[in-house]
Unconditional design. Structure first.
Length: 114
């Protein structure tokens, strides 16, 4: 099974992660999650693979995060709804390789699960 890169081509870290993979001869399946927003069940499955609380999968500096009144103390269900309704809140890039996943911050972290 091919690794899947949850990718935002406008993000320099996401582009850097893709380049690192391609330099190693790996062509991941690309999930353009902003154009193909994930469902709640997909986010929960991703959370399980990452082993992180939802807040650690989010971009709290995004304007919409503040506009929604979210914080590190927001209930998980509220965070989950926010991510599904506003996928820009999802941290990127994320590489999924089988039963493992990692947030590529820094981008070199994607190499840890190959």
């Amino acid at each position: 099974m091919k690794p899947i890169l949850w990718h935002n081509p406008r993000c320099s870290k996401s582009r850097a992660a893709l380049k690192l993979l391609e330099e190693r001869g790996i062509t991941p399946e690309i999930r353009l999650y902003l154009k193909d927003p994930p469902s709640k069940s997909e986010i929960l499955a991703l959370q399980k693979l990452l082993g992180l609380p939802l807040i650690e999968m989010m971009r709290p500096k995004e304007k919409i995060f503040r506009e929604l009144g979210l914080s590190k103390d927001s209930p998980e269900e509220e965070l989950l709804t926010a991510i599904t309704e506003h996928p820009i809140l999802l941290e990127r890039p994320i590489l999924v390789n089988g039963e493992r996943a990692v947030i590529g911050r820094p981008p070199e972290r994607v190499l840890e699960i190959l």
